[in-house]
Design a protein around this ligand. Structure first.
Ligand code: PRX
Length: 630
């Protein structure tokens, strides 16, 4: 079927994918390399939740990302690595070079005892060894679990324990603008409670002074020097696990979503080329961190499966100044630029000269991901960065979906600001009301569900299939519930309105209210807390925490500082509350449930529309809360 190149082909692809999904995905998958072809394209459904794609086949992700391109494109640049320090020349890896590095690292892992099915944790900044390392895992059938380098020791140890990783790969320190994140120190602290870790491989990056545990810790560079550049790719089963990635939900501890080999691979391959329409000599740059799903699918796997050139950037958008992104676009001749609305809004707030002193003339396509993009940010991006000649693909998807689900195809789909527009082939969205009844016809509004499996869907939550069923398939039986609300216009275009559950989206990062509350409650003076998101100009949403204290705090600023320290320790700085309000009570129903709707309205200053508060156990608290609003 190849790549979709015009509207008619989109319709043809979409219709076939709905009419005969097996025929459709079978044809797409044939473009990849299989050591052995599948017996059946898809089996299982949203009732049995035993989802399988390309069963009976044998394949390998790293073979498809690397070896498959060597003969024709071995000397093509696969990765351009842009250092945190702008004066350092960008490093490049051709497909041949990347292949050699991946083989070396796979051999190092094997020598240190890593076998197929073992879990390897990565706690790193954006250094090349992170991208090389995840590919090395896929080469030998080890399962990677990347933990974002901004998480705390506590968050890291929880994730390592949950999936019982036997190896941790980290760096001595990570550069982020003018800061050094002491990754190895944080990892050392985490490992005090992680008995499963046998080996720690350390990348030397900042030359920081670090502690060393003989026998456990090894310099990766030294091991790589001795390793062979040949390592045969394991022939893996279609449903062999590929990676685990932790994400927050509305309740409990973070969930380790498990993605498997053949379906995820096919989906990453097909969505990347159709959404971005990258051509042979293009330079594609996704600014995400590999610690998030966007960095997995659209820095690493999607581009490499397609033989494209992908940029990996170590630093931050505002260092040494707010023109860094635009500087890199010009310097590396970037054609495709994919970032998050929060970065767009932050850069929009800076002097326009940071943009205007760059030409940005190589850009062809812009992308947005991670949170709803407001119309104003969309227009600024379109006018100032895309110069009104680059389509913007507003890509809606989730850690669970593996790849983009609803999005324009660049240059093909008609754009509407702030709309994710149309579903990709194989994706059957459905809006339902609170009872689960489908809202038919257009326009419509409701909770966004998926009506059928697609190849990239996460297959389970690591170690807890029951929780997987409960979280995604029990609200509306027989359907996958995304947790998002959406509207559909007359022509069937979707606009995502945001989460309808207790998950916040802070600067495009998913954070559960319960996780933050659990951390706040650790403070000796906090009896109870309730956390909600509120509209924030730059971050999209900020965190508003209501806390009930045992003793009235003498100094609320001190309390807020202490709470921030606890959050830093338990989760990481991304989950720090923007506002803390000390209160004597929280609005509760007669059954003792906190009425978050009211807390959200107060935090958002929408107190005219509080709705019925008479059913509250303590209606008088509403006025108290409004009076003490931060
Ligand atoms: O609420 C949606 C929002 O981000 C959530 C998924 O977060 P995560 O699993 O961390 O993955 C982020 C990167 C794919 C969704 O439930 N979201 C993501 N993309 C968009 C979005 N909301 C609106 N528009 C988008 N384009």
């Amino acid at each position: 079927m190849g790549r979709i190149t015009n509207k008619n082909e989109y319709t043809e692809h979409y219709n076939l994918s709905m009419k005969d999904g097996d025929a459709y995905w079978g044809k797409i998958a044939e473009e990849l390399h299989w050591f052995k072809k599948w017996d059946s394209v898809q089996s299982g459904n949203f009732d049995d939740l035993n989802l399988k794609w390309f069963e009976g086949s044998k394949t390998n992700m790293s073979y498809n990302c690397l070896d498959r391109h060597l003969e024709k494109n071995g000397d093509k640049v696969a990765v351009i690595y842009e250092d945190n320090d702008p004066s350092v020349k960008a490093r490049t890896f051709t497909y041949k070079e990347l292949h050699a590095e991946v083989c070396k690292m796979a051999n190092v892992m094997k020598e240190r005892g890593v076998k197929k099915g073992d879990r390897v944790c990565f706690y790193m900044s954006m250094v090349p060894e992170l991208l090389i390392g995840v590919l090395a895992c896929t080469r030998i059938g080890a399962i990677h679990s990347v933990v974002f380098g901004g998480f705390s020791a506590n968050a890291l140890s929880g994730r390592i324990q949950d999936s019982e990783c036997s190896m941790l790969i980290t760096n001595d320190g990570g550069y982020r603008g003018n800061k050094i994140i002491p990754l190895k120190d944080i990892a050392d602290e985490a490992l005090e409670s992680c008995p499963s870790i046998e080996n720690v491989l350390v990348v030397k990056r900042t030359d920081s002074d670090i502690k060393w545990k003989e026998g456990r810790d090894h310099w990766l560079g030294e091991l790589m020097e001795k390793a062979s550049t040949e390592c045969e790719a394991e022939q893996l089963d279609a449903e062999d696990p590929l990676f685990i990635l932790y994400t927050s939900g509305s309740t409990g501890k973070p969930k380790g979503l498990l993605h498997t080999t053949a379906g995820y691979m096919t989906y990453a391959y097909h969505t990347f080329r159709n959404v971005f329409q990258v051509e042979e000599d293009d330079i594609y740059w996704c600014t995400a961190d590999i610690g998030w799903i966007t960095g997995h699918t659209y820095i690493t796997y999607g581009p490499l499966l397609n033989g494209s050139t992908t940029v990996m950037f170590e630093g931050v958008p505002t260092w040494p100044d707010a023109g860094r992104f635009w500087d890199i676009c010009d310097k590396l001749k970037v054609t495709h630029f994919y970032t998050a609305p929060t970065a767009i809004r932050a850069l929009e707030a800076c002097d326009i000269e940071y943009v205007n002193k760059h030409s940005l003339s190589t850009l062809k396509v812009l992308g947005s991901v991670g949170e709803p993009i407001n119309e104003e940010a969309w227009s600024w991006y379109n006018k100032n960065i895309g110069k009104e000649k680059c389509p913007i693909v507003d890509t809606w998807w989730q850690t669970e979906t593996g790849g983009i689900m609803i999005s324009p195809l660049a240059g093909i789909t008609d754009l509407i600001p702030a709309h994710a527009t149309l579903p990709l082939p194989g994706v059957e969205p459905l809006l339902v009301d609170s009872e689960g009844t489908p809202v038919e016809g257009n326009p419509a509004e409701g909770n966004l569900c998926m009506n059928r499996p697609w190849p990239g869907i996460a297959r389970t939550i690591w170690g807890d299939h029951e929780r997987y069923k409960q979280t995604y398939f029990s609200t509306y039986p027989g359907k996958y519930f995304t947790g998002d609300g959406a509207r559909r216009d007359e022509k069937g275009n979707y606009r995502i309105t945001g989460r309808v559950d207790d998950v916040m989206n802070i600067s495009g990062h998913r954070i559960g209210t319960a996780e933050v509350e659990d951390a706040l409650n650790e403070h000796p003076n906090v009896v109870e807390s309730a956390v909600v998101g509120f509209p924030h100009n730059i971050k999209g949403q900020g965190i508003y925490a209501y806390v009930i204290c045992q003793n009235a705090p003498e100094n609320e600023e001190v309390l807020q500082k202490e709470l921030n320290e606890i959050i830093n320790k338990m989760i990481g700085p991304i989950a720090k509350p923007d506002k803390v309000q000390v209160t004597s009570g929280l609005p509760k129903t007669r059954s003792g449930k906190i009425m978050r709707r009211i807390l959200r309205k107060i935090a958002a200053n929408e107190t005219d529309s509080l709705g019925d508060t008479s059913t509250l156990l303590n209606p008088e608290i509403v006025d108290t809360l409004m009076a003490g609003k931060k």
